[in-house]
Design a binder for this molecule. Structure first.
Ligand SMILES: *[C@@H]1O[C@H](CO)[C@@H](O)[C@H](O)[C@H]1NC(C)=O
Ligand SMILES: *[C@@H]1O[C@H](CO)[C@@H](O)[C@H](O)[C@H]1NC(C)=O
Ligand SMILES: *[C@@H]1O[C@H](CO)[C@@H](O)[C@H](O)[C@H]1NC(C)=O
Ligand SMILES: *[C@@H]1O[C@H](CO)[C@@H](O)[C@H](O)[C@H]1NC(C)=O
Ligand SMILES: *[C@@H]1O[C@H](CO)[C@@H](O)[C@H](O)[C@H]1NC(C)=O
Length: 359
């Protein structure tokens, strides 16, 4: 249409000046001739803008979203331990403030103690849509790639109030119709530890005469597991975790010593430590002669019959196999319990304290 108009203008001014097209006409003519070049230029410009957005900006935005997300371990159950494997049942909660909610594909993650050099295991993290509060369930058999490293982790859990766990992997990520990209997932999460079994106590114990299967002492041991589940999952300012461990139905033996002298072994059979207070039946093989000898000796330092026993982990085993990593964790922790041996002896009719004092 403008072409027609242009030709009218041309005719009008034909006598005076040489043909001078209007600006609009020239532009129109130019586009008519060179439209394809402009289309190509436009497409190139579009690609120049879009491609970096898709292939540079989008992966960066995706990485930023992943970096900004949080992870909270709500539950972690380690069961069926063998020296090289265990079963892991873990529930993690993803936190995301991002307006993107991409799909994160299943990936293999290296799991290690925070700050450690070597991971102790590889865990398959299932695919998840990264919505705030999304639950990730890991329920699998885990091969320990480095059982020493797992020993260090178990020790850290035993000894500390807080312990950190690093999860590292390179998952694929997809947002809407944008292409799949790969991001680095590198999160260190903090969990409550066993804090040296603070609060560990022998709630009651009895001397068994006659002994049963070689055990001459029984009782109940209280083992607090301080990790507490917090239901307020919305504001995770100070994340708390539930950490169920350590030896699922394992047999734990603890050595007893007084003043560095061995006095026997305590057995906590079929122990499963759950979050909260655990009341665990205890059996012991105590060198009664040594204990009685100590209490009746003239230089008995325990006049009231209350004897401090140093307890240190001797071994942890499951299905007859020793678990070096838990043994390592147990050995790292030394506990002292004061047992009223005088009262226990009195219970069986041996009033040692009185006779010792009377002598
Ligand atoms: C995101 O985390 C990765 C891996 O830890 C790191 O290399 C990268 O610098 C971080 N990116 C941003 C944008 O913070
Ligand atoms: C793992 O934990 C979940 C949730 O606590 C439970 O439903 C499931 O039965 C557990 N799986 C195994 C194998 O113990
Ligand atoms: C993960 O991030 C931490 C610091 O945030 C860094 O020290 C570590 O090297 C990273 N891990 C890997 C495998 O890049
Ligand atoms: C300890 O053994 C005595 C005698 O064998 C028994 O009566 C008692 O119930 C046992 N106590 C515990 C806590 O196992
Ligand atoms: C624990 O010890 C008891 C008694 O010695 C034994 O019967 C049981 O099989 C052991 N359990 C495991 C899991 O090793």
């Amino acid at each position: 249409m403008s072409a027609t108009k242009a030709s009218v203008v041309e005719e009008a001014g034909v006598s005076s000046m040489p043909a001078k097209k209007s600006f609009g006409a020239r532009v129109a003519a130019h586009f008519k001739k060179w439209w394809w070049a402009h289309l190509i230029a436009f497409i190139i410009a579009l690609l120049v803008i879009i491609l970096p957005v898709v292939y540079v900006g989008y992966p960066k935005i995706a990485q930023d979203a992943v970096n900004d997300s949080t992870l909270d371990i709500k539950q972690m159950v380690i069961s069926d331990p063998t020296p090289e494997t265990f079963h892991l049942n873990q529930t993690q909660i993803l936190g995301s403030k991002s307006s993107y909610h991409p799909q994160i594909y299943e990936f293999d993650a290296e799991v290690s103690l925070g700050g450690a050099e070597a991971p102790f295991a590889m865990v398959t993290v299932p695919s998840v849509k990264s919505n705030d509060g999304a639950e990730i369930h890991v329920d699998q058999h885990v091969d320990l790639s480095d059982s020493d490293a797992f020993g260090d982790f178990a020790t850290a859990v035993m000894m500390n109030k807080e312990v950190s766990l690093n999860i590292y992997g390179r998952p694929g990520l997809k947002e809407g119709s944008l292409p799949k990209t790969t991001v680095t997932y590198n999160k260190t999460v903090s969990m409550k530890g066993l804090n040296q079994l603070e609060g560990f106590a022998v709630s009651e114990f009895h001397i068994m005469i006659p002994s049963v299967n070689g055990y001459n002492m029984n009782g109940t041991v209280l083992i607090p597991n301080p990790s507490v589940m917090t239901i307020t999952m919305v504001f995770l300012l100070f994340p708390t975790n539930v950490f169920k461990i350590l030896t699922n139905q394992g047999n734990l033996s603890l050595s007893l010593a007084v003043d560095g002298k061995s006095m026997g072994t305590t057995y906590l059979n079929d122990l499963v430590l759950k979050p909260g207070d655990n009341n665990v039946p205890m059996l012991a093989k105590v060198d009664q002669a040594a204990v009685i000898g100590l209490l009746t000796s003239s230089d008995n330092p325990y006049k009231d019959g209350i004897v401090p026993f140093d307890i240190s982990g001797k071994s942890s085993s499951y299905n007859g196999k020793e678990l070096p990593y838990f043994t390592k964790a147990l050995s790292a922790n030394k506990l002292t319990v004061k047992l009223d041996v005088g009262a226990a002896l009195k219970e069986i009719g041996l009033n040692l304290i009185k006779s010792a004092l009377g002598a």
